[in-house]
Design a protein around this ligand. Sequence first.
Ligand SMILES: *Cc1c(COP(=O)(O)O)cnc(C)c1O
Ligand SMILES: [Zn+2]
Length: 380
Amino acid sequence: MAILVCRDCKREYEENTSAWRCSCGGPFQLSGFSPRFPQKEIQSRPTNLWRYREALPIHKDSEIISLGEGMTPLLPLVWEGREILFKLEFLFPTGSFKDRGSTVMLTKLKELEIRQVVEDSSGNAGASVAAYAARGNLDCGIYVPDSTSPGKILQAEMYGATVIRVPGSREATAAAVQEAARTTYYASHNWNPYFLEGTKTFAFELWEQLNWQVPDLVMVPVGNGSLLLGAYYGFLQLLEAGLIPKLPLLIGVQAEGCAPLYQAYQHGLNLPPAISKSETIAEGISIAEPVHGPEILQAIRETRGRIEVVSDLEIWATLQQLAQRGLYVEPTAAAAPAALTALIRKKVLPEVSKIIVALTGMGLKATEKLMILREKWTSS
Ligand SMILES: *Cc1c(COP(=O)(O)O)cnc(C)c1O
Ligand SMILES: [Zn+2]
């Protein structure tokens, strides 16, 4: 039977607790679940992420809330002279990889007979949780900063969620939802450990798509680390199951305006320092206080990876470059390939063969923002 354990004080909680974090303030981690990877069965199933059924901690198949998500394409492209495999994580039902986490988290909540949830998000997670709440008939309230892309707010509203716009910073939005969480279940993509159980499937898919082999290097944008940690825990479980011989090197990419993990990495800290953040066009990774900061830094150390940082101008240039290759992504999703370009040009990208770069969110989500950026930057 799975239980929740506090990362910081190790206190144990039952799976069906209504608490969203430990009384000491620490986040929960899932414990007591052993994943299995029956390769033959996996291959015989529909091409969505529930094919890794035995690696997902859900008891009842009948409760699965799915929109057919996952098994996103792995597209080889020559980029700055190097062969790179782009994982098209923007090809999800709601347009971002967040659906990996939402399908598993909402399924678990349904299994626990929770009927009503609140969530906070700078955009994509809110739209994703709203979609899966709609699919599973849960009542859903989404708190967003009022600077969020209008398209993402509309999307959550179209799914039937109640959207609450909070003036001020991303942190003000977090405070507002935590107030609401006193009475309603907080289905947080940052705090709920089942969200990370879903993002692990990113690693499982890569393993299968590479003919059951481990990639050498994986680059992802990182804010709260749900994709980076999903990759890390996913590959770790494959390693522990004896199915791969090593972990891939993990590179997380932040935006210059908000880079607490980069600061920590640069200074060899185990915890992200307090930072004052400025505007960045990469709204999806504008996270000043990442809940999972210590785990992210530990994953980077253990895989001999690194945290990179890119400017808004580099992000914009890369976004255009991707579009001109047929890949239309939102600004946040151009951060990792922007860092890739910089590493290649500085000749510091390791000489390994299987290099993965995740493209995390679709360009159509940010139409209004992209129109403004094009106006502002294309002429100059
Ligand atoms: C959420 C998001 C990210 C960052 O994910 P974290 O879990 O915060 O690290 C990156 N790109 C897009 C498009 C996102 O929506
Ligand atoms: Zn605790």
